[in-house]
Design a protein around this ligand. Sequence first.
Ligand code: AMP
Length: 398
Amino acid sequence: MSNSLILVLNCGSSSVKGAVLNHHTGEVLLSCLAEKLNLPDAYITFKYNDEKEVQDLSHKPHHTGAIEALMEALAAHNLDQRIGAVGHRVVHGGERFKESVIIDDAVLHDIEKCITLAPLHNPAHLLGIHAAQNVFHHIPHIAVFDTAFHQTIPEHAYTYATPYELYEQYGLRRYGMHGTSYRYIAGEAARILNRPEDNLSLVIAHLGNGASISAVLDGKSRDTSMGLTPLEGLMMGTRCGDIDPGVFSFLHEQTGMDVNQINELFNKKSGLLGVSGVSNDYRMVEEAAQTGNKRARLALDIFAYRLAKYIAAMTVANGRLDALVFTGGIGENAKDMRAAVIGYLGFLGLQIDDHLNAEMRFGNSGIITSSQSPLAMVVATNEELMIAQDSAHLAGLM
Ligand code: AMP
């Protein structure tokens, strides 16, 4: 048996998400999620052959403990010897990383340097990488960055209108996120449309609990809605997205909240949750709106309106629109939201096909507009497969 499976790891501060993939077929052979790390009741859930198994991690409630438990599970299923590389999702690569790389000491050093740009994420990734390198020490480890795909965005689109010295001194600029998803979607959209990726103008809306939108022209990112941090841009599950920066001092003066409290308010208590008062989960807000909850309805209306405005803006970045693509948990499923958004975009000639729109849900990908309309489509994203393919390529396993 060849060692051509890839272990994909996504390490957060209190969680480790893992999946073992066949990078040719995308088949996931085993997956796991360790939660509540660094707490006394840490545990890990494995999924293998559609069966779930939960293991207590309280005796080793840390990243190393989780990855050791994963190694044991792999050995129990005879998968350990078949792993050829480990691919790590890394949120922030700053301006240093424009593509995925094999991890060595210099790369680790540079990921560390990006901690100021992603203080919550990069330290957790480094913990996870060190733990995984100790357990899987004989195979290459690869870093795949959320920001890398957006490094082609032109200067006039990534520079904030703040004193330029702040960019030079601190790296204050737009970086963007969800790059791995955009790269995957751009390739998939081209494949589905049977068009060359290097001659295709796409506006891609990645709408999950975190949401962003990008202009992708000829396979390259030209603009994106997330900025220095994942707070900018669209309305999200708990994040407010674009907001008047003056709100910061307004809230401070009116309520006495300090910077951390306001930051927490914008990041954790706003968005769908803040407006609806129901949930950060789109499905639950939709259910509440359907039973007459006015704030839930308002939250959905804001979500769709802002998204439509951003789609028009991203069309400016590309100069033309060949296809609008919806992806992420909300984009792939929320058909009424898609219809509302396309309703706003009639001036671009877009017209929904209700039948096709209703069909493209639950993992189905395809076109949702009528035959005379410019194209809008749904494409199911697969960031893990993209990470696995990059890892296999760099490890020479393709
Ligand atoms: P993600 O972060 O990509 O997993 O997406 C999570 C979001 O997708 C949540 O807000 C879910 O409510 C939403 N979502 C998942 N399934 C559906 C569905 N069938 N209809 C509407 N929203 C959904």
